[in-house]
Design a binder for this molecule. Structure first.
Ligand code: PMP
Length: 423
């Protein structure tokens, strides 16, 4: 029996997180037994150039020696204390020093926890209950965020998953990403009831879709005009597109920021932070309750600290820019030569790869891309030793372990995968 069949007997869908099951591309998932640098190795000892990057954390590649060393040292000191520790203070200081709008931070265990907690805080601080969520952005699996994109430009949320009560999503208002008028309309209708806008400043959960010019500025202004909070979900972009995240890159300060992925160096973590006056409302400094047995876990904190130490030297981002730039240019050039309509978005080491002539500004544009072609090309890339994320809706991540060899190998595989795929 294949490992996947066996997995399906005890794990729903054979996996612990849906996208891993290859439903977006068909076929059976590849089971990974090890990873090093820019490579994944499967159960049959086949190696793949990795563009999943753990869905974001592995900006330094797998098993970076300094991260491993920090973990080894932490392991010798104990794995959970249930009491505060110096390393947590140091990670908090690193985050506050790096991310422009973050003055105080609370560590949690996942991105989902970070956004759920930030929502609670935003509601407490404003005394309001509605939130604005943008279609195509993902903020984890908290009930309030699991709303289906409406058919109109701006709509009331309906649950996108069974088990989410309508009563919960009735406070979630949705609009298309990159549609400032739709959000303005929501504020016209519900301006004094909206606690916060949640947004991925660079959307990374429908492939990479950057904000159109002035979009985030409009969201900032609408929040200010109506007394709502702007929450940047930087779980993916934090320490990825720049050391200070998308907010540093784009020069816009949100009121609250959620983080995860890179700040744990590949171990489970999340965080939310922001203005001191807001964060001081969190228990026990203030009345807004939020807690966690494993929050600030010593191993996750150690891996995160080592990772941020390495990233603090800004040259890492120049290096990632160069490698990722070569990759994006190569993908485009080969596709153009073979007459395959392709749009590649890139911001630093994040890439959105869409089989469409574009433009790609919203979720519906990604829906309209040739996802069957993506699935075919994906499987051919796998055969050629390259493992992109298994969905047209996921961002490709490049790490510092990706060098000339890996980019060259990827582009060769890409050419082979695209041959015969012309218009
Ligand atoms: N927000 C964003 C922007 C994300 O990309 C993700 C995960 N991909 C989450 C929140 C949820 O994080 P987690 O999977 O750690 O719960």
């Amino acid at each position: 029996m294949s490992l996947y069949r066996r997995a399906c007997r005890t794990l729903p869908g054979g996996v612990n997180s849906p996208v891993r099951a290859f439903r977006g591309v068909g076929g059976d998932p590849v089971f990974i037994r090890a990873a090093r640098g820019a490579y994944l190795e499967d159960e049959a000892a086949l190696r793949y150039v990795d563009y999943i990057g753990g869905y974001g954390p592995m900006i330094l590649g797998h098993r970076h020696p300094q991260v491993e060393e920090a973990l080894r040292r932490a392991l010798e000191m104990g794995t959970v204390f249930g009491a505060p520790s110096r390393a947590e203070v140091e990670l908090a200081e690193q985050i506050c020093a790096a991310v422009p709008s973050v003055e105080m931070v609370r560590l949690v265990n996942s991105g989902t926890e970070a956004t759920m907690s930030a929502l609670r805080l935003a509601r407490a601080a404003t005394g309001r209950s509605k939130l604005v969520k943008l279609a195509g952005c993902y903020h984890g699996h908290g009930d309030a965020f699991l709303v289906a994109a409406g058919s109109g430009a701006a709509t009331l949320g309906v649950p996108s998953s069974p088990g989410v009560p309508r009563a919960v999503t009735s406070d979630t208002l949705t609009a298309a990403y990159n549609d400032p008028e739709a959000v303005a309309e929501l504020f016209q209708m519900h301006g004094d009831e909206i606690a916060a806008i949640f947004v991925e400043p660079l959307a990374g959960n429908m492939g990479l879709v950057p904000p159109t010019k002035g979009y985030l500025e409009t969201l900032r202004r609408l929040c200010d005009d109506h007394g709502a909070l702007l929450v940047f979900d930087e779980v993916m972009t934090g320490f990825r597109v720049a050391y200070g995240g998308a907010q540093e890159l784009l020069g816009i300060d949100p009121d609250l920021t959620t983080l995860g992925k890179i700040i744990g160096g590949g171990l489970p973590i999340g965080a939310y932070g922001g203005r001191r006056d807001l964060m001081e409302r969190i228990a026990p400094a203030g009345p807004v309750y939020q807690a966690g047995t494993l929050s600030g876990n010593p191993l996750a904190v150690a891996a995160g600290r080592a990772t941020l130490d390495l990233l603090a030297d800004g040259s890492v981002y120049d290096e990632l820019e160069a490698t990722s730039g070569r990759l994006a240019a190569g993908l485009r050039e080969i596709a153009a030569g073979l007459d395959v309509p392709l749009t590649v978005h890139r911001q630093g080491s994040m890439l959105g790869v869409f089989f469409t002539a574009g433009p790609v500004r919203r979720q519906e544009d990604v829906d309209g891309s040739d996802r069957d072609r993506f699935a075919r090309v994906f499987h051919r890339l796998l055969e050629h030793g390259v493992h992109p994320p298994p969905s047209a809706y996921e961002t490709w991540f490049v790490s510092t372990a990706h060098g000339e060899d890996e980019i060259g190998k990827t582009l060769e595989a890409w050419r082979a995968a695209l041959e015969g795929e012309g218009v």
